[in-house]
Design a protein around this ligand. Structure first.
Ligand SMILES: Cc1cc2nc3c(=O)[nH]c(=O)nc-3n(C[C@H](O)[C@H](O)[C@H](O)COP(=O)(O)OP(=O)(O)OC[C@H]3O[C@@H](n4cnc5c(N)ncnc54)[C@H](O)[C@@H]3O)c2cc1C
Length: 270
């Protein structure tokens, strides 16, 4: 956590905000899930003490979703209660078999706390309907392409279709912002061509630069993160930390096998 806080302080000097996530998923022990919730409470308190521009993002299976919906809801509630109303607690979206449960708990939390945001995945066929259903509730949404290996029965296998779906959903979120139905649309992507299209759409629609929020992973497309911040957009970096890194790392490798060669080259060069 200290390393993550240091990284965020360095980013803050470049006008880049941070979102912290403690690596971990599918916790099957109640005590451990409670500890995760308490950990996030301490992180929120630390962010407040240090007066940092930082938020947190949580995975519901790390808060006990596999154990019980009520138990997971309690842990989520414990975290959001601690957050100040002007900061968002983000809820990650996991593999497709968790989408219904995640959206159900998200709706429940949103009724009580307007400052909770949800991640939606553009690769799922269902996301268009999920977005339509959520917008009347005024959700904050982080749109991503989707990181899990999903069957063709639920998600587009072709990248081009995922990119098209992303841009369609993104436009809908931005239009909803203009009509007051999506207070905070955020775009979790490193796809520079897509970011250009989103910037252009925002400019044509009369948004201010600061209305465009792009979130990226720590260390990926650094130059673009800085360019966006310098240009007046809201540039945010998700910093993942902790010991339970393996499944997360494997998903990142699957997205970009070139990373494996990059890593091996660095191991053998050192
Ligand atoms: C802030 C944030 C939160 C996220 N939360 C979730 C979540 O809750 N649920 C979920 O399913 N997914 C989540 N993701 C992951 C997301 O679904 C994608 O898998 C990931 O962002 C890669 O897609 P892309 O939009 O960057 O586009 P891509 O088309 O995959 O990549 C565009 C370009 O970005 C670069 N790039 C992308 N990924 C990498 C990488 N790993 N290493 C090096 N370069 C890379 C490459 O240059 C690539 O050509 C999140 C991503 C971000 C940034």
């Amino acid at each position: 956590m200290d390393a993550a806080l240091n990284a965020a302080q360095t980013l803050a000097k470049k006008n880049i905000a941070s979102v912290f996530t403690h690596l971990g998923e599918n916790v099957s022990d109640r005590a451990e899930a409670r500890q995760v919730a308490e950990h996030y409470v301490r992180v929120i308190q630390q962010i407040r003490q240090l007066d940092m521009s930082a938020e947190i993002s949580v995975k519901l299976t790390q808060l006990g979703l596999d154990l019980s919906l009520e138990f997971c809801a309690e842990n989520l509630d414990r975290i959001i209660r601690e957050e100040k109303p002007t900061s968002t607690v983000w809820v990650d979206m996991e593999s497709s078999n968790y989408v219904d449960a995640t959206l159900g708990l998200y709706r429940q939390a949103l009724k009580k706390y307007p400052n909770v945001g949800i991640c939606l995945q553009a690769y799922l066929y269902r996301t268009k309907d999920d977005l339509d259903d959520l917008l009347p509730l005024r959700p904050s949404i982080r749109l991503v392409k989707g990181a899990y290996k999903e069957p063709a029965s639920v998600a587009w296998p072709e990248k081009r279709r995922v990119d098209d779906s992303y841009f369609d959903l993104a436009q809908q979120m931005l239009r909803a912002k203009q009509s007051g139905n999506c207070p905070r649309p955020a775009f979790g992507t490193h796809d520079v061509a897509l970011i250009r299209r989103l910037s252009q759409f925002c400019a044509e629609r009369g948004f201010s630069k600061n209305d465009l929020e792009i979130q990226m992973l720590y260390g990926i497309q650094r130059a673009e993160q800085e360019r966006l911040a310098d240009d007046g957009c809201r540039s945010v970096v998700l910093i993942a930390y902790g010991n339970y890194w393996y499944p997360w790392f494997v998903r990142r490798l699957a997205e970009r096998p070139a990373n494996l060669w990059f890593m091996l080259r660095n191991v053998f060069a050192s």
